[in-house]
Structures are given as structure tokens and as C-alpha cells.
Design a protein around this ligand. Structure first.
Ligand code: GTP
Ligand code: MG
Length: 295
């Protein structure tokens, strides 16, 4: 993931603007170390200065853009190719802006300007048997009350969760139809993570377990998070028993109850942080998910 970007004056190396996508600021001492490394690379060959450089747990890459230097700082996992693509496009745009406008204008619009080059999408698929509560969970995530009537999803319902961003990722939800006849449409090759739902009845859990095994066999590289939904219904099994049967931690959920939203968002942050190997900072979940414009 990308932690942040910095725009510096090329001559005096003073900061013009910056953008941050994670709660921990990038230590200036690392940026300084990168800048001196950049100087020595430039002396060796003009070409090598375009290579990413790892310093401690950060990866730095930069481009010149009309009197300024733009730097992207990511974790070590971020693929070089993606970084190169993003910074190349960003530097072209910043160069154009620097030619057209004053530095102060660029500074004022920087965050907005840069965000479209930094942002990536993170696709989460909601999967499980029909009627277990996938579409209801999508409503819960969006902070909307669930419809009273059950309308089975047809094929797949794709939603970009615009108001919720995790670091530089925009969340995209694929809410699949669970009906048996629709399962041939279950394709998780473009999915970053699966949220697998079951309701909390023994019958459903056993049937779900089989489906879960098939998915993990077919997509071993896609992480799966299990939710035990409908915990409010009579005779529902408790999550620890469900976890034992499913062979994976099952998070308790009541998708039709907005009071569970905070809990769901916490699980979301925890699994994403774990996925990106981030230490979970002690900040409110609204801040970690950059939730804005909530009514
Ligand atoms: N009591 C209770 N009912 C729920 C819960 N979650 C969902 N439901 C109800 O279960 C029914 C099915 O919910 P959906 O969210 O549409 O189920 P789905 O998994 O999307 O189903 P398909 O689209 O057919 O695959 C609806 O009537 C919901 O109101 C819950 O946590 N508790
Ligand atoms: Mg549905």
C-alpha cells in the first residue's frame, strides 16, 4: 500500500505539499536518507535514480516534475511496477499543473490532484448460500437500514463504497447471489478478499462448510473471512462452535441491526490491517476507514 506522497521544491528540497493515507506519518529522517541516496544515484547514472529504494520498512520512488520532485512512499510489498505506473502518470499531471499554475495553487489542490493516481481498488466478495444475509450486510456497511422484504440477488450486485477508504484503497463490494443456479457466476479471480457468510443454524453451517472448502481449494490465494450471521435468531449456535465447525474464526453478526455496524467496521479494519501487515493503531475505526459525509 502507499503510505503517502511528498512534493518537494527541486532546488532547496523544501516541502511544497504532501498527502498521507495511513495514520503513521512518514518519518522525515527516512525521506532525508532517501534524498541523499537519490543524489548519489543521480551522480552514478541519470537512469538509476528512477529505481525504487527501500529504507527501513518504506519504499521510496520519485520523478522530476517541472521544478519539483514528487516522491511516493509505500510499504515493501507494493509491486514496483504499480508504483512506477502510478508515479509516472502522477508526475506528468503535476508537471502540467506546475507549468500552468502558481506553486501555491498546486499546493492548494494537491491532495485532490494526486488522489486519483494513488488510489487503488480493493475488491471484497460477499459469498454464501442464498438468504444468509449478504445483501443485508452490504446495507449495513453502507449504513442503510435493511429492506423489510427479502429480494434474492440476481447474479451479482457491485457497489463501490465511496465514503469508506482504507489507506489508499477504495472498497468495492461484489455481493453475489447465493442461489445454487447462480453459483456458476462465482468467479473470484478479481477478488482480493472473500467475506463468507453463513447463518447460525447447524444445517446451514454444515452445508456452508462444504462450499467454503470448495472455494478455498479453487482459490487458495484469496483470504477468506467467515461471518456467523443471524445471531439474533432462536437456536443460533454461538460463534465459537461455528468457528470449530468451519475451521476458521467466525465473527458474530446481525446484518439487519445497524447497532452491529461499528462491530462490522472493526472487523473490517482488523482483517485489512492484518492483510497489509500493518500494526493496528489505537485510533477510532471511523478515522482508520476515513469515513466521511455520513448522514
Ligand atoms: N433475523 C435476521 N434476519 C436477517 C439477518 N440478516 C438477513 N436477514 C434476513 O434474511 C433474508 C435474506 O437476506 P439477504 O441479505 O437478502 O440474503 P442474501 O444472502 O443476500 O440472499 P441471496 O441474494 O438470495 O443470495 C432477509 O429477509 C433479511 O431481512 C439477521 O442477521 N437476522
Ligand atoms: Mg443478496
Amino acid at each position: 500500500m502507499i503510505y503517502g506522497t511528498i512534493l518537494l521544491n527541486a532546488k532547496n528540497k523544501r516541502k511544497i505539499a504532501s498527502s498521507e493515507y495511513w495514520t503513521e506519518p512518514i518519518p522525515r529522517k527516512y525521506t532525508n536518507r532517501y534524498l541523499s541516496e537519490l543524489d548519489s544515484m543521480t551522480e552514478n547514472s541519470e537512469r538509476s535514480k528512477y529505481q525504487p529504494v527501500s529504507i527501513d520498512e518504506y519504499k521510496f520512488i520519485s520523478r522530476d516534475c517541472g521544478g519539483a520532485i514528487i516522491i511516493f512512499v509505500s510499504d515493501l510489498e507494493e509491486p514496483d511496477e504499480d508504483l512506477v505506473n502510478k508515479i509516472t502518470r502522477a508526475s506528468r499531471s503535476i508537471r502540467r499543473e506546475m507549468n500552468k499554475h502558481s506553486t501555491n495553487q498546486v499546493k492548494a489542490n494537491y491532495e485532490k490532484l494526486i488522489s486519483r493516481f494513488v488510489q487503488s481498488r480493493f475488491v471484497i466478495a460477499f459469498v454464501g448460500r442464498s438468504g444468509v444475509g449478504k445483501t443485508s450486510l452490504l446495507h449495513l456497511l453502507m449504513g442503510r437500514p435493511s429492506p423489510e422484504e427479502y429480494t434474492p440477488t440476481i447474479a451479482v450486485n457491485t457497489e463501490v463504497v465511496e465514503d469508506i477508504k482504507f489507506a489508499n484503497y477504495e472498497l468495492v463490494i461484489f455481493d453475489f447471489a447465493g442461489h445454487e443456479s447462480a453459483r456458476r457466476l462465482w468467479d473470484f479471480s478479481a477478488t482480493d478478499m472473500i467475506f463468507f457468510l453463513t447463518d447460525s443454524t447447524l444445517k446451514n453451517i454444515i452445508a456452508s462448510k462444504k462450499i467454503l472448502s470448495e472455494i478455498s481449494e479453487e482459490y487458495p490465494e484469496v483470504p477468506i473471512v467467515v461471518f456467523a450471521n443471524k445471531q439474533d435468531t432462536p437456536n443460533s449456535l454461538d460463534p465459537s462452535a461455528i468457528s470449530t465447525v468451519m475451521g476458521s474464526t467466525a465473527y458474530a453478526m446481525v446484518a439487519i441491526d445497524l447497532a452491529y455496524r461499528e462491530n462490522f467496521l472493526k472487523v473490517l479494519v482488523a482483517v485489512l490491517s492484518d492483510h497489509f501487515d500493518l500494526d493496528l493503531p489505537d485510533h477510532p475505526v471511523e478515522q482508520l476507514l476515513c469515513i466521511e459525509n455520513e448522514s
